[in-house]
Ligand binder design. Sequence first.
Ligand SMILES: O=C(O)CCC(=O)C(=O)O
Ligand SMILES: [Fe+2]
Length: 319
Amino acid sequence: MLSLDYSTLNASSYSLPKSFLNQVAKLALERSTNANLNWQIIPSYLQKSITEEWDDLRTLGNKIVRILESNQGYVVVKNLAFCHYPRPIIDYLFASLALCLGNLTVHNSSNNTIWDVTHRSDTGGRERTFSELNVAAPFHTDSAFRTIPEKYFALWTIRAASDGGNSTAINVEELIQHLATSVSGRQCLEILHSYNFPFAVPPAFATHPDQIEIIEAPILTMGDRFSQDLFANTLANSPLIRFRLDSIMKGFKHYPELETPERLWAVRYFDRVLNTYPDKLEFKLNDGDVVFFNNHTMLHGRTAFSDRQRLLLRIRIDT
Ligand SMILES: O=C(O)CCC(=O)C(=O)O
Ligand SMILES: [Fe+2]
């Protein structure tokens, strides 16, 4: 069910200082004529000018962080004045906004901080991950297979799909409360939080694409889950949730000793609950909208689409 009252921030009053735009445009031009310069790396003078000159952007960044740290866990920024600039400028502006929340991380060995989420028909024989396909992306954590998944990530809609491609999300604190109301749900929570599960790195994000990399971690990281306040003891900077079904299933193939009946039951039960959960959010991002998620407290996904022109830019942010 598409939701009309999802959490939004209206940024129409945030203007772009001319001096900042001039610096960005100069930089974009310089990078486009010099193949040796990685145009995704934000030079320190630009970072300095964000903090010193662009109050509006920092104000917006602070508002976003406040919402992501609340039990809301996500926000869509609408009407950013600069969403129609050419792509290299958008990249710098997107990175500048994300830098107001924390440090940008790289997606893979090519050191890019911005990843194009779009259908790719050819990845040179490498297996495609769901950000390279137009199928539905089931509920997951981004970077579930990293030692510490990034706390936040953002998706900037350059071009929305003409059909489908809606964003979906689940607030994990609410999901845990829901699971805690049944005996099976409580058993599932217990297994997800007290055992390690194997997460295989998808080839698209592997340091060595021809080697299998696996990390072991619990799916839920909670303190005393039966205490009055279920989350009071959540470990600082640990993700509350870490889940990506295909990565866990692949992990089980490589670490069969971890594929115990109870782990397998818990993962399948949890996945079934995600797919039938009544309180999931679904909303459509329009061109220019930027969604920010708290990747430690929310699960997210996307519905399928057929429009091959759909393009979202993704940035992941560590704090
Ligand atoms: O395409 C989208 O809207 C989100 C895709 C996604 O969650 C991902 O690629 O990790
Ligand atoms: Fe994702």
